[in-house]
Write a new protein. Structure first.
Length: 305
């Protein structure tokens, strides 16, 4: 199998140059890429960065080649560039573990030699890819609540800053919903902490069933939960909140010994473009306090500041 040498031309300019810039040409062969690729890909554990390095090396041999990487179980979908007509598709696995699907596309048909070369590169990709996925899982688990598998408080803080920046930058609405289980202490006292944990899991399930894919849910602490509803006005947030509240109120659960039900109270605030995250949370918290004061099992919307 032969591939042409690849020339990468670099220019180095002198600072406040009184002399001409220096030109030199460094030749990189397909064999060089195969030899250096394992070391190149090990320089980053960030999946997106590692795949960008991989794409750069592939493009040294196939300048028009784009790739599309998907891993639905990890919620990853990375598309490098425009898709072309001719395509090679691979399902990546290692020792029975699914690592994702990767497709190469280009404007001209892949030759047999091209395919063999790409498959050689893929064989060098799988170990770094697995390491990046394991690292991604470790980071994600550090931001998850162990009991409910929702985001934890650290994840909430991180997401809140990001979503507020996004809302202000694009001038789109962002609503925060604060949820609290009514009389949670009575559930724990009457039925035990295992039943209390079951109530928390039930609420987390109801939240997941009633939110869109773009919405974010977190267990803030104890029996308190927070929702961040992107591109959502306070009116639409109230509709979503009421859907969750009504779903929870209809549940009668059995823990093996007892049957129990519970209700929730909710407070909602929509981001004002001049406020910070802590103020948005405070307004939702005040609305939640009002819901509790009004008799619980109710949703209250905060007034515009």
């Amino acid at each position: 199998m032969e591939h042409p040498s690849i020339s990468n031309k670099h220019k180095l300019s002198l600072v406040e140059g009184s002399k001409p810039a220096i030109d030199y040409t460094q030749t990189k062969t397909a064999e060089d890429i195969q030899r250096q690729l394992p070391y190149t890909l090990q320089t980053s554990l960030i999946l997106e960065d590692m795949l960008q390095l991989f794409q750069h090396e592939v493009n040294a041999v196939f300048p028009e080649c784009s790739f599309h990487y998907q891993n639905p179980s990890m919620k990853v979908d990375i598309n490098s560039a425009e898709k072309y007509h001719h395509r090679c598709h691979y399902k990546l696995e290692m020792n029975g573990d699914y690592l994702g699907d990767l497709s190469f596309t280009q404007s001209k048909k892949f030759s047999q030699a091209d395919i063999i070369f790409l498959e050689d590169l893929l064989s060098l990709l799988v170990y770094p890819l697995r390491n990046c996925l394991l690292y991604r899982k470790a980071l994600a688990s550090a931001l998850l609540d162990d009991l409910t598998s929702l985001g934890n408080r650290a994840a909430y803080e991180k997401s809140l800053h990001r979503e507020i920046d996004r809302a202000k930058r694009h001038n789109i609405p962002l609503s925060l919903v604060l949820i609290d289980i009514d009389n949670f202490k009575i559930i724990n006292d009457n039925f035990g902490h295992m039943t209390g944990d079951r109530a928390l899991k039930i609420l987390a399930d109801m939240i997941n069933q009633n939110l869109r894919g773009s919405d974010m849910a977190f267990r803030f602490g104890g029996e308190e939960f927070v929702l961040l509803l992107t591109d959502t006005s306070i009116h639409d947030a109230q509709v979503a909140a009421e859907r969750i509240r009504e779903s929870v109120a209809q549940i009668l659960s059995h823990d093996g010994k007892n049957s129990f039900g519970f209700t929730i109270s909710l407070g909602i605030a929509q981001l004002d473009m001049n406020e910070e995250g802590y103020h948005l949370f405070e307004r939702a918290d005040m609305a939640l306090y009002e819901a509790k004061h009004m008799g619980k099992n109710i949703t209250v919307c905060a007034k515009t500041p």
